[in-house]
Design a protein around this ligand. Sequence first.
Ligand SMILES: [Zn+2]
Length: 372
Amino acid sequence: MLTGSLLAAPARAEPGAPPRTGFETSKGARWTTQAEEADFLADVDKASARVAVDTLGATAQGRPLNLVRIGAPAAPADAARAARGNSLMLICSQHGDEPSGREACLTTIRDLAYAKDPGTRRFLERTNVLVVPTANPDGRAADTRGNSEGTDINRDHLALTTAESRAMARVIRDWRPDTVYDLHEYGATVPYYKKDLLALWPRNLNTSTPVHREARTLSDTYVRPHAEDAGFSTGVYGIWTDPETGEPVKQVAGDGQERILRNTAGVKNSVGQLVETRVDPLTDAEKGRPRRQQQAPGGLPTRRPGRRVRLREGASSVDRGRHHRGPALRLRGPRPGVPRRRGQRTGRGGRGAPRPAVRLPVGRSAVRRHTG
Ligand SMILES: [Zn+2]
């Protein structure tokens, strides 16, 4: 009897070993289930003083909306104090049918909790990391873009009609994250729109000039070069480019609506950053075998030197400068101080900075998904 019940128990990590997600244990054959996520977060929370898990509320179908707080030597507990320091927020898979961001966030939580290298420790001593690992649990369970009420949460950050968007708004209000990453997936349109990773900054005209400038710098000088260093192609979200010249030909998404989180974050004086990874239909060969996890670079805690800015002092609530409209279409041209070659993992001179501990899996899906 006892042996039978032990054999039937779900696989949990060996004592002391870092837990693994369902995506990892299945070698990428399936996504992590809600029950596996609950076990995984409980294990990390219990094992590491760096991590604490809060329940922000519940969805309409009763699933928990969690916030994971990470810091060193201990998880940040005082929102007002954290608001005065460095903080980074990851919002993962607001669209329930775009699950790779959630997987990246779960493994990132674990990796930050267990990392022993001095670089990660120093990063966590200086930076509070806040993660909403499953921003749309009902949508994830049903594999739908919207939540169980059919609402697209990423169009609800102004009206705040959903439990999900209200939970995120409370975290942003209370913790005042400096940077907010919003992780999504998109379907390619060959040959114009097919980069491995697309990024975009807040484009609402009410974003303060310093916040807008830092968000664009984060995208152009950090997120995209890190991805390209690891051998992935990158582009600007919403912009089709000519396959021959690389010049922009059309804008199809990425506008300035305040109700979209990337823009909401900017208006609330956070450096908002949308990151979209491409999904492709499975090939015939892949349909017959388990999926293998690919590893992509983080656009997450970056350790490139040279950016130490204080945004809050310079941030005003309203700025109607013209710059937010123009630059999204001027995509090509050198980025200051960022030499690179595709596939090059380490660079010259100042490029010897430690690699981020964070890796985003690139999802492959059986179904071509809609944009954004
Ligand atoms: Zn999306």
